[in-house]
Design a protein around this ligand. Structure first.
Ligand code: FRU
Length: 485
């Protein structure tokens, strides 16, 4: 794999012409997605600034233009009217001031009085490469141009480590107060959330305290990308804990979890009503962000990065990698999270296909599982060998997914076999395949499994155990691979 020098990773993009040829090259890749958001060039990672504003959904992603490398990060902006069809908009935020000289890192957006704001981490480094993360704001005008505030809202606290970032801003109506949650690490290397508050959006921010999450005082070494929302009367806290291994996650040390509970803003205490749960059981899912300004109080909308920190993927050779999941709707039922693909996703269906054992590059599969013993093997060769194997063990109510059978193997060291426990017997699967990803929703959103896959030309078949009703649809493209910078 290519070794990047610091200069190459942190090179500033001066003109779109510098990456035009790269875009032309990668747009020919057989792994370019057709209905998932993917990097215009280079690398995409965390979703940022996900918001509904004046009739349009806006989303940005962490973007490094030059290749499959975590270097100088921009926000790349896409927009949608329905969360299904997306349009490339160009750069959302660029590192161009002293406070973000080494990257506009992750953050969120808020729409207030018809005005749109991006809150982000300015990743500053000095000549000795010492990092200072600032919480910065840009007001985005109607043409999508961000006007940065000349000074950050606040800098890092000296009583925590340098890892303080990913502001998630929100307004608490009853308390008439704005809050920012910051993902952080204590000086003794424990993950936590720092809470800031203010009566005004752009002034008066002060540190309110560290969020007490009862029972989670020592859970991972850094919590990235925290967010919180009330749905169906319960609070749901979501974050990405690092530097720890967790059950069901193989050797991986980067995770994305949620906890359902009660948030007390007077004492800054989150009291869990459940244990933590994995937001997704797949190989590649991280840094999920809840959308801001969702009007329905009983619904939350989330999107995540199909990918993981510290990992790279086969398209790195082609100088690009990463993509976003489909947006998902979240609901809480019986103290459990239910995640379903964004409503209206059926509008992507092009045609129902005869289920003869062949897969398409972009398709949806639905299966009514009728047998107690169930096996599904996707991306096999024509004789049913190899592939991405899904096995259901009825006695344990456990699905096991094994990707060792794929020809293009990757990130073997974190594990290629993972399990997904269910709360009820497996009855239904809904599966979305795009050119380099797969998302599985079990039992209408009871558990989900997201992974990259890079099938070769002869890996487009499937086998399924007998008597299960399978339907398959080809899906239309919903995002054009336009070169807009
Ligand atoms: C999560 C993360 C964030 C950070 C961003 C930088 O993947 O490490 O904490 O802001 O990526 O790209």
């Amino acid at each position: 794999m290519k070794q990047w020098t610091l200069e190459e990773r942190y090179r500033v993009l001066k003109s779109p012409n510098e990456i035009k040829d790269l875009h032309t090259k990668i747009s020919k890749s057989k792994y370019r997605q057709s209905y998932h958001i993917q990097p215009v060039t280079g690398l995409s990672s965390d979703p940022n600034g996900f918001v509904y504003h004046k009739g349009t959904w806006h989303l940005c992603y962490q973007w490094c233009p030059w290749g499959a490398v975590h270097g100088l990060k921009y926000w790349y902006h896409v927009s949608s009217k329905d969360l299904i069809f997306w349009k490339n908009e160009g750069i959302g935020l660029k590192p161009d001031c002293v406070y973000d000289n080494k990257g506009t890192h992750s953050g969120s957006a808020i729409s207030i009085n018809d005005e749109l704001y991006f809150f982000y981490t300015g990743n500053h480094r000095n000549e000795k490469w010492i990092r200072t993360p600032y919480t910065c704001v840009a007001k985005v005008d109607d043409d999508g141009i961000p006007i940065k505030l000349s000074e950050p809202l606040f800098g890092p606290r000296a009583d925590y480590s340098e890892h303080q970032r990913d502001p998630k801003v929100f307004y608490h109506k009853e308390r008439k107060t704005y809050y920012i949650f910051i993902g952080a690490q204590t000086q003794d290397l424990r993950g936590c959330v720092l809470v800031y508050e203010s009566k005004e959006l752009l002034n008066g921010w002060h540190f309110a305290g560290e969020l007490k999450v009862i029972g989670f005082e020592n859970f991972g070494g850094m919590w990235e990308c925290p967010c919180i929302q009330k749905i169906n009367g319960k609070d749901i806290l979501i974050f990405s804990p690092q530097y720890t291994k967790l059950p069901y996650r193989g050797e991986n040390t980067n995770h994305n979890v949620y906890i359902i509970g009660k948030m007390d803003y007077d004492t800054l205490t989150f009291t869990p009503e459940t244990d933590y749960q994995h937001l997704d059981y797949g190989f590649d899912f991280y840094a999920a962000q809840l959308a801001s300004n969702v009007s329905d109080p009983d619904k939350a909308i989330i999107i995540a990065w199909i990918g993981l920190p510290d990992n790279h993927y086969p398209t790195a050779e082609e100088d690009w990698e990463g993509s976003m999941t489909l947006p998902r709707e979240l609901r809480i039922k019986d103290n459990r999270l239910i995640q379903t693909p964004i409503s209206g996703i059926e509008s992507l269906r092009h045609q129902e296909i005869e289920p003869t054992g062949t897969l398409l590059n972009a398709c949806e599969i639905q299966i009514n599982v009728r047998n107690r013993k169930f096996d599904l093997n996707l991306f096999t060769d024509i004789s049913g060998n190899g592939g991405f194997r899904f096995h259901y063990d009825e006695t344990k109510q456990l699905c096991t997914i094994d990707r060792t059978g794929l020809k293009k193997r990757f990130n073997e060291e974190i594990g290629e076999i993972l399990s997904m426990p269910l709360h009820s017997p497996l009855k239904h699967l809904q599966i979305f395949i795009d050119h380099c990803s797969i998302e599985i929703f079990a039992n209408h959103g009871e558990a989900t499994f997201t992974s990259h896959v890079y099938p070769m030309a002869n890996e487009h078949h499937y086998t399924i155990s007998e008597n299960n009703a399978l339907k398959i649809w080809s899906l239309n493209a919903s995002i054009k691979d336009d070169f807009i910078i």
